[in-house]
Design a protein around this ligand. Sequence first.
Ligand SMILES: [Zn+2]
Ligand SMILES: [Zn+2]
Length: 267
Amino acid sequence: MAGGSRAGEASLILLPQLRLALDAGRPARALVPLQHVVVSHGHMDHVIGLPAWASQRQLNGMPGGTVYVPSSLADLVRELLATCARLEGGKPYGAEVMPISAGQSVALRSGFDMRFFATSHWVETLGCCVEWVRRRLRPELAGTAADELRRRHEEGHAITEEVRTPLLAYLADTGPEVFADQPFLAEVEVLVVECTFLRPSDRERARRFGHMHLDDLAELAPKLHNRHLVLTHLSRRHRLGPGARAIRKALAAALSPELHLLNVEWE
Ligand SMILES: [Zn+2]
Ligand SMILES: [Zn+2]
């Protein structure tokens, strides 16, 4: 996983193995080769790198790629891309904009799906979970001879079942309510969640705008069974170094996942 994040400036999470970007908050060279871009919501710190991505792919003769957006924003994102292509005086970009609703699953590539869910931000925002999808022998058939399995299969009986393993969940911008709505978040292997505000005086601000506060994470920490916890979207009210120290201090005692901070100074 690569990328970086800062509230109000830019968030982008790059997963080159899956050719997937989770948000495109600023132009980036490493973003261009990624064929799939999820735009969680319409705030500029999550979307403004998208036209540069589409433009650079066209310039480099690459296929258009696919953009996954909340359905209410699909027409606006198409207009944004069309306007930018006209601004450049060239052909329309080849990117396909796919409207997505909460609850929907989309195949990313063979064996991997993306499942989308609503987060708790102040505008419509989609979270995204990458799932590993595979088939296995139904447990009650364990130990059955191969001939017998073949016979059952030929008679039209289902001998396998689908198994879905949530690998990585990205919550974009959100308040803590999403954790009650989506209990799987406490179990997913890699949880990428924002932690915008740290100071006690910012609790009310966090509630009002649908963001996570460090106190929310400290409360959740003992319940998280993830392997990795990746925090993003630190407010510019906090400097990077002291912010990281405050986060580690508040979570260290109760947290079992390995903690990673993806916050950066962009300049
Ligand atoms: Zn944001
Ligand atoms: Zn936002």
